[in-house]
Design a protein around this ligand. Structure first.
Ligand SMILES: [Zn+2]
Length: 453
């Protein structure tokens, strides 16, 4: 099992399996987006180059003194294994999740455009679905570069060499447009954070413990907690500025689907703490001065009031002094983080309560069962100064949440379903999600096809 020959035999089998899996993806090439096709081509090139280099180097080592040969061959197997692990654990699942049964394909161009606004280096965006109730984002260097560790030289590929951005959504929620605000808001908020280095620029203070001097590992833990938690908070803040109340409502719905509002973890501060911070941003955007908007937020405001001051409890720690110190300092930095995020955004990217009328107008169209992706402006009189413009995504998605939070009122009547009936309310939710996806698609089409041009 452990001798290099036995390991090489196992690797040969792994190579075949990986190449077969990639080959079956290749069979449906026509259905792949250009970014996914580029990713697939690069992974295939990288695996093929790695396999060739492996065989060549393995055979070349036949001539080496047996005393060192086994050690060199073992090292070679280790290098190859790392490449195959990256393919099997990250790249293949992402590629597997790109089938149209798993992703809302109409959102692909929209999310790509929003991602490029968040990251001006224009990474290739791969929208992918995964099992479980999780949204995530991951930046992956051009996969072709992995082969270099085994081949020792740059491997050429026909595909472009850009960085890839994997945006993952839960497969079973494929059509849940309301929930996907998380992807466009919080997950792309992470991308904004990477681009602006907002959380990375935080400089944690020295750790002072009641028991005396902190040990080296305590200092690392303290720093890591601040770093992990700050990333989530910054992503939340960006999402709140760009998507307003919808960012909060989608986040809360996801949290309540998988757990409860309270509870800190090593990577995430408790949802109640995060909600309180998001509400702070929404207050700054004047949503609490608007009675209608406030009605959407008041129960969350009550449920999370004072969350920042509640004691931190991270399960895997026996004593809570270090996480508490991390949180105390980080929460003191929140006003500054909010100010930094705001100044990193263009004014037209911020959705303040001044847009409420537009949200209400869009909601009233959705309530009538009509998609609302474009807007007629101008008087339309003899002067002919009429124009049709796309409705921005944040307006559409907030309008959807408004219809939902108001119990699908008008929509329920039109389609003759009772929102108080659980089964029928699920049908209503699906109808609303359908209207939203259609609205987003129309908006995107109008954006790329200017009126009268
Ligand atoms: Zn996150």
């Amino acid at each position: 099992m452990l001798d290099p020959t036995s390991r090489a035999q196992a690797l040969a089998r792994r190579f075949n399996n990986v190449l077969t899996a990639l080959g079956s993806l290749d069979d449906r090439k026509e259905t792949l987006t250009p970014a996914t096709a580029a990713l697939l081509a690069q992974v295939q090139d990288a695996v093929e180059a790695t396999r060739q280099a492996f065989e060549e180097r393995w055979n070349n080592l036949a001539a080496v003194d047996p005393a060192v040969r086994d050690r060199l061959r073992t090292n070679l197997c280790d290098q190859v294994l790392r490449v195959l692990a990256e393919v099997a654990q990250t790249l293949l699942p992402a590629l597997d999740g790109t089938t149209s049964q798993g992703i809302p394909v109409e959102l692909d161009p929209i999310l790509t455009r929003l991602a490029h606004r968040a990251d001006p280096t224009n990474p290739a965006v791969i929208l992918s679905s995964a099992p479980g109730f999780q949204y995530s984002v991951q930046r992956v260097a051009a996969p072709i570069q992995m082969a270099t560790s085994v081949t020792g030289k740059t491997v050429s590929t026909t595909a472009g060499l850009s960085t890839f951005l994997f945006l993952r959504l839960p497969k079973i929620e494929r059509d849940s447009a309301l929930l996907h605000v998380i992807l466009a808001g919080h997950e792309l908020g992470h991308v904004r954070d990477w681009a602006t280095q907002t959380s990375q620029n935080l400089v944690p203070p020295p750790l002072v413990l009641s028991t005396g001097a902190a040990r080296a590992e305590d200092i690392v833990t303290h720093k890591n907690l601040i770093s992990f938690w700050a990333r989530e908070i910054v992503a939340d803040i960006f999402a709140a500025f760009i998507f307003g109340p919808a960012s909060l409502l989608s986040f809360t719905e996801l949290v309540l689907t998988v757990g409860t509002l309270s509870g800190d973890s090593f990577t995430h501060p408790g949802p109640n703490r995060r909600i309180e911070i998001i509400l702070g941003v929404l207050r700054q955007l004047d949503y609490f001065d608007n009675q209608e908007a406030r009605a959407l937020l008041s129960d969350l405001e009550k449920a999370t009031a004072g969350a920042a001051a509640t004691p931190v409890v991270v399960q895997q720690f026996s004593g809570q002094e270090i996480p508490q110190a991390a949180w105390d300092w980080l929460s003191s930095q929140v006003p500054s983080l909010i100010a930094q995020c705001q100044s990193a955004l263009a004014p037209d990217e911020i959705l303040d309560a001044g847009k409420w009328q537009e949200i209400e107008a869009a909601a009233s169209q959705l309530s009538r069962g009509r998609p609302f992706g474009e807007l007629v402006t101008g008087s339309g009189d003899a002067s002919g100064d009429i124009s049709v413009i796309p409705v921005p995504e944040p307006i559409i998605l907030n309008a959807g949440w408004l219809v939902r939070m108001r119990g699908y009122e008008g929509l329920a009547k039109i389609v003759d379903l009772d929102p108080r009936d659980t089964k029928q309310s699920a049908d209503l939710a699906a109808i609303l999600d359908g209207l939203l996806l259609k609205s987003l698609e129309i908006s995107d089409w109008r954006l790329n096809n200017a009126w009268g041009k």
